[in-house]
Design a protein around this ligand. Sequence first.
Ligand SMILES: Nc1ncnc2c1ncn2[C@@H]1O[C@H](COP(=O)(O)OP(=O)(O)OP(=O)(O)O)[C@@H](O)[C@H]1O
Ligand SMILES: [Mg+2]
Length: 344
Amino acid sequence: MKAAQLRVLGVESSCDETAAAVVADGREILSSVIASQVDLHAQFGGVYPEIASREHVKAVYATVNEALQQAHLELSDLDGIAVTRGPGLAGSLVVGANMAKALAMAADKPIVGVNHLEGHIYSSWLYASGSAPTPEPKFPLVALLVSGGHTELILMREHLAYQRLGGTVDDAAGEAFDKVARLLELPYPGGPSIQKAAQDGNPRAFNFPKARLSEPFNFSFSGVKTAVLRTVQDLRAQGKSLPTADLAASFQAAVVSALYEKTISAAQEFDAKEIIVAGGVSANKALREAFRAQTHFKVHIPHISLCTDNAAMIAAAGYQHLARGEQDALDFDVLPTWYLTPAA
Ligand SMILES: Nc1ncnc2c1ncn2[C@@H]1O[C@H](COP(=O)(O)OP(=O)(O)OP(=O)(O)O)[C@@H](O)[C@H]1O
Ligand SMILES: [Mg+2]
């Protein structure tokens, strides 16, 4: 079979989303199904690991079945299976890995364990079946990976080759959104709530400080988070009501400008042709607008539906490995901690 016809089933269960998808050629989404547990975890204000793994157990079979059905394919039609091997919650990862292994064994298909962050990066290669293919990212490129657990600047000179330029020294950007949302008593998950609240706010109402770091491509978000906390405490001590929209807009603006400016300067420094912005926070409207407003670099930002966890991105990354003949033995373990770049 030609490489251009490779159809890969992706399975993702690293956190609180059970997802399965079929992707052709590492780019065309034939199906993408996500069973989200977000409502279940909202009552805890975060993901509750044991509940997450047990929900995956309940959802994974139906999710995979649905993905195959929507793609009008049988297991035997697939060319390979890709599953998130890490990083993530061990008990959650195991559920997807075991499902994928069982499918690979039953259908005698190659299987590859994929790094979840590699998946986020490869979401930029995806497009929906039936719509025109989006332009394929070109190397060298700088990838800004901004998610719930990670904030990394990565240089890619070719497929599957990652050089870490910098990253957060404390909180991930998504984590900062989530923590500040909690401070402002906005609902979980925090990123979308802050974005919504910020719509009616003035991004210049509060001047939250920018972190000064010795490494040019590192980030720090704990300072801005603490600045929001102090402002909230001061306002409360004075008996004033919180200007939530202004606080959200000013916080969002501070985070977006740090992410934007460092990514652009990294792309300039390393002569990148293009930029990828990926991970949950890349769904943020202000961040997307900041990158789209400049014309110096071609910027790839996944469709909103592909920014947060999904299995199409795992299939897209898995395709790159499988197309090179890489695969894993059926006894591979999950890797709850797994750095994409050795220097991380
Ligand atoms: N519109 C938005 N604006 C800002 N942040 C957002 C938005 N939508 C989602 N997020 C944030 O994205 C994060 C979730 O992204 P994602 O699902 O990629 O993270 P994760 O899988 O938990 O972490 P990781 O990928 O690092 O393992 C959350 O922190 C959420 O608040
Ligand atoms: Mg993720």
